[in-house]
Design a protein around this ligand. Structure first.
Ligand SMILES: C[S@@+](CC[C@H](N)C(=O)[O-])C[C@H]1O[C@@H](n2cnc3c(N)ncnc32)[C@H](O)[C@@H]1O
Length: 263
């Protein structure tokens, strides 16, 4: 079984847990709460009337949050369960959106149009092995002058073990294979299914250079001294929705964001 197929199966399993988890809090979302964080809301600016393509949209809450703000949205995800749930939410809440089940790398087989904004966030690019191919897809789906925006976990975080000690190389390029035993949402267990995750680490320079060499002009790169989610072991909350390792506090980068424009 190839890496993407392994990830599709494990994400199918995890999504079923996520839709029930306090972490994703679908009930509050249904009542109107946005699932977007202050960072992307502020950095994206007004998206009303914009056509947005959301790469790796999971079960669609962020995509639908953009639609609630007046955007026309399309989300793509490899997980069948994610796309099924996203479509259910769209229908139940009567929020217009299109959701497509596809590997990001195969999307050109099923989608032929262009967008004002291509968007991806928190825990997405680590599922992709080839960022040059990824950046070509971003360029392909943007209108001339269109915006690419991403907010991601900082690659420095991947050097740390569960005790926040540096144990791994920042420059690792080999696939990282882990057994999926629990979810980051609330440690709920995924036992006895022999599921695996295959991930790839991408340094900041790799991300930036893949965008630059594929026709994108970088407008900003920001780094953040906190994490908006309590999604790594042993984080402490220093302010509302600002999580850090006790050991390093705000001395290290936890997330970064990039805004780029198709030239
Ligand atoms: C951590 S989630 C991203 C969450 C995102 N911030 C959100 O909630 O909108 C990662 C998602 O990437 C999807 N994914 C992983 N590999 C993919 C691929 N090759 N193509 C498309 N989606 C993929 C998974 O199915 C999962 O839904």
């Amino acid at each position: 079984m190839n890496s993407f197929e392994q990830n599709r199966q494990s994400w199918n399993e995890l999504t079923s847990l996520h839709t029930e988890s306090g972490f994703y809090d679908v009930e509050s979302f249904k009542k109107g709460k946005t699932s977007l964080n202050h960072i992307e809301l502020e950095e994206l600016g007004d998206i009303k009337g914009k056509k947005i393509f959301h790469l790796q949209c999971h079960f669609g809450m962020d995509t639908l949050s953009f639609a609630r703000l007046g955007a026309e949205v399309v989300g793509v995800d490899i997980s069948d369960t994610s796309i099924k749930k996203a479509k259910e939410l769209s229908e139940e809440l009567d929020i217009p959106a299109r959701f497509i089940r596809s590997n990001v790398y195969d999307i050109e087989n099923v989608l032929n149009e262009t967008f004002d904004i291509v968007y991806t966030s928190y825990g997405a690019i680590n599922w992709l092995d080839d960022l040059d191919k990824w950046a070509k897809i971003i360029n392909r789906y943007l209108k001339p002058g269109g915006m690419f925006y991403m907010v991601e976990f900082h690659p420095f975080i991947y050097t740390l073990n569960n005790d926040a000690e540096i144990t791994d190389s920042y420059f690792n390029t080999k696939p990282l294979e882990t057994a999926v035993e629990s979810s980051y949402t609330d440690n709920s267990e995924v036992s006895g299914k022999n599921l695996k995750h295959i991930e790839w680490q991408h340094s900041l320079s790799e991300v930036m250079n893949s965008l630059i060499s594929n026709g994108m002009k970088i407008e900003f790169l920001n780094e953040f001294p906190y994490q908006v989610y309590n999604c790594f072991p042993n984080l402490v909350e220093i302010k509302k929705d600002k999580w850090v390792f006790e050991k390093h506090r705000d001395k290290i980068p936890y997330m970064y964001s990039v805004k780029a424009r198709k030239i």
